[in-house]
Structures are given as C-alpha cells and as structure tokens.
Design a protein around this ligand. Structure first.
Ligand SMILES: Cc1cc2nc3c(=O)[nH]c(=O)nc-3n(C[C@H](O)[C@H](O)[C@H](O)COP(=O)(O)OP(=O)(O)OC[C@H]3O[C@@H](n4cnc5c(N)ncnc54)[C@H](O)[C@@H]3O)c2cc1C
Length: 334
C-alpha cells in the first residue's frame, strides 16, 4: 500500500499538464509551507531567519527537466543573482542546483558551460555549489559534468543516493569531495536500486559511517530520527569531530528537530527551495510521506488554536479541482 501511494505521487510529480496547471493557476496547495519564497529576495529573508537560529542553508532555485535553452539560461542568471546576494548580504548559505534545469536534457556541453559559469562565480566568494542528483537516467551524465568541474574547481560536490547499488563505489571514487548522502527520492528499477526501506537504510548507514571515518566533509540529509540517533551514537563512540559533518533537512520539515540539533552543537543546514516551479518537488515530498498532506490541510484550514479559518471553501474547492484535474490527466495518460 505504501508503495502504491508512493508510485501515485511520483507519477503525479512527472505529469507535465498538472505541473503547468499548478504554475499557471497558482495552486499552491500549501506548498509555501515547504518553499522559502518566490524570488531571490524572499529566499534570502528565509535564510536570514534560519541563520539567526544557528542554522546554515543551501538554497535551490526550483525547476527541473527543462527543454528550452532560453529557460536554462534564465535559470542560470537567477542562480548567478543568488550567488551575488549571498555574498553581498553575507548570509551563511551555499547553493544547490539541478542539472536538468541547466540544460542537461538539451545538450551536455551547454549544461557544463552553464555550470562552469556558476561554479566560477561562486568560487570568487568561496561559496560551495552542490549538484543535486536526479533520476537514474541522468546519473552518468551528472557524474561526467561533476568530474569535468572537479578538474578546475574545488567548491563543487554532489549527492549520493543510497538506494543505488553503485552508491558505495561512487562514494569511494569521490572520497576527497564534499558529498551529501540521501536515501533517494525517485522511483528506480530493481535492476539498479534497492527497493525496501531496510536495505536502503542499511546502505545509508554503512556509507555515512564510511564517510565519517574519511577526510572529506559530509552532509547527512535525512528526517529519519532512527538514523540521526544512530549517527549521533557512532560519532560519540568513534570520537569523530563535529566540524567534519552536518545534518541536513528540507525547509519546513521537523522544524523542532532541526532547531534542537543545532542547539545540541551539531552543524545543521536547511535546504531552502524557492521559486514558483514547486510542483515536482512537492509531489516527491508527498510520495515520501503522504502524512505531509495532513500538515498542509491542517495548516490551510485551521488556525494555531485549532479554529477553522474563515474561508475553508476556497481550500476545499482548490483541493477538489486539483483532484478532478489529476483524475482527468491520469485518464488521458492511459
Ligand atoms: C536536504 C535534503 C536534500 C536532498 N537532496 C536529494 C537529492 O539531491 N536527490 C534525491 O534523490 N533525493 C534528495 N533528498 C530526498 C531523499 O532522498 C529522501 O527521499 C527523503 O529525505 C526522505 O527520506 P528520509 O531519510 O528523510 O526519511 P524517510 O525514509 O522518508 O522516513 C523515515 C522515517 O522518518 C520519520 N519521518 C520522516 N519525515 C518525517 C517528518 N516530516 N515528520 C515526522 N517524521 C518524519 C518517519 O518515522 C519515517 O518513517 C534530499 C533530502 C534532504 C533532506
């Protein structure tokens, strides 16, 4: 059942018509709870709020699977502006990017040129650029672009998804590169990826422990308290310096835990997505944890004192419309 729900939301995340509709009609459906702003200035404001709580950030300009060069160029310009703002506002923050937003599906050389410009601009200010990893179809190309950038720059790294069988080999190959370790957010085939939570969690912990014993900085990105507790125990027993790793979580998730980890003296970094292209990102969050929908409905319908907000009809209407659209789109696909 859990897998069915996951498949449902992953399928929705890939639905172009719904994505376009969401952007066009502004169905935010509570997504703003997980999005740090619509533009660069709003994102920087969110970063400042988190910095004031002792939390560092990585900011992501939402958008992926772009097919027009002009769109990729516009995304690159926005990221360059973000880098300038991070520097001029002196916030504690780095940048996460998705290569399919920067032209990977159009032309790998074009994407690499965009990335060179971004990583080069960031290197002038000592700002780190993280390349988020997407689905398996783009994995090899992503690693090629990373390798090309690493020839000239040291302020770039990527993400290893521990559901992939090859994750450990890639971690070994990139042992001197700053990496984020995650479980993986896309639906992948049993030929390339573990399918059960037990296997994925076990590989996650194995890889994180290996990294923590190595020299390069590691971001441990998970909302899973069992994994976080196990990592805390491990670093304590092994005497691992807290400055060699950080925990990461997504904006708006487990806020209490984010703040308490920072207060306990662990380095903590929040992933702050911004922009209006939130649909695919948001649907993957629902695929991971359908209960996230409860949080949103509660947030939309009720005040902090559990009183019904004044215009629930609008919310119910929006949800009903999207459900209807979803149904129509799924029929269309068949
Ligand atoms: C900062 C960051 C960056 C990421 N970057 C990428 C990337 O580049 N590529 C990629 O493929 N994926 C990325 N991901 C997504 C990642 O791969 C997982 O899909 C996602 O984090 C869900 O796995 P999990 O380890 O957080 O917890 P899960 O395995 O989803 O949950 C484990 C358990 O944790 C608890 N839990 C989880 N979430 C909550 C919550 N919100 N509230 C209460 N309890 C909760 C529940 O008990 C749950 O059963 C990223 C995730 C983070 C946090």
């Amino acid at each position: 059942m859990a897998n069915l729900t996951r498949d449902f939301f992953i399928a929705l995340s890939n639905n172009e018509l719904l994505n376009e509709s969401a952007k066009k009609w502004g169905f935010r459906l509570g997504a703003e709870q997980f999005v740090g702003g619509v533009n660069v200035d709003e994102a920087i404001t969110s970063v400042k709020e988190l910095n004031n709580k002792g939390i560092s950030c990585t900011v992501d300009n939402l958008g992926e699977f772009v097919t027009e060069k002009s769109e990729s160029t516009a995304a690159k310009e926005k990221i360059l502006l973000l880098i300038e703002k991070i520097h001029s506002e002196q916030v504690d923050c780095h940048v996460s990017v998705k290569l399919t937003q920067l032209g990977l599906d159009i032309d790998e050389a074009f994407c690499l040129a965009n990335m060179q410009e971004i990583v080069d601009a960031a290197s002038q200010y000592n700002i780190f650029i993280n390349i988020d990893t997407e689905d398996y179809l783009h994995y090899e190309q992503t690693m090629r672009v990373l390798d090309a950038l690493l020839e000239d720059y040291s302020n770039v790294g990527t993400v290893i998804q521990t559901y992939f069988f090859q994750a450990e080999d890639d971690v070994d190959r990139l042992s001197d590169v700053r990496l984020r370790i995650v479980k993986g957010a896309y639906k992948e085939s049993p030929e390339v990826a573990y399918q059960t939570k037990e296997e994925i969690d076990a590989n996650f912990l194995k890889i994180v422990k290996k990294r923590l014993k190595g020299d390069a900085f590691t971001s441990i990105a998970t909302h899973d308290h069992n994994i976080i507790n196990e990592v805390k125990r491990f670093v304590e027993i092994e005497g691992i310096d807290k400055s060699t790793f950080e925990f990461q979580m997504l904006y708006g998730f487990r806020i209490d835990m984010q703040e308490s980890l920072a207060k306990e003296g662990y380095l903590f970094c929040t992933y702050v997505p911004f922009g209006d292209d939130w649909y695919g990102y948001f649907m993957r969050r629902l695929a991971e944890r359908p209960q996230n929908l409860n949080l949103i409905i509660k947030d939309k319908l009720y005040t902090e004192n559990n009183k019904l907000k004044t215009a629930p009809k609008v919310v119910v209407g929006t949800i009903a419309t999207v459900t209807a659209l979803t149904y129509l789109c799924s029929r269309k696909k068949k």
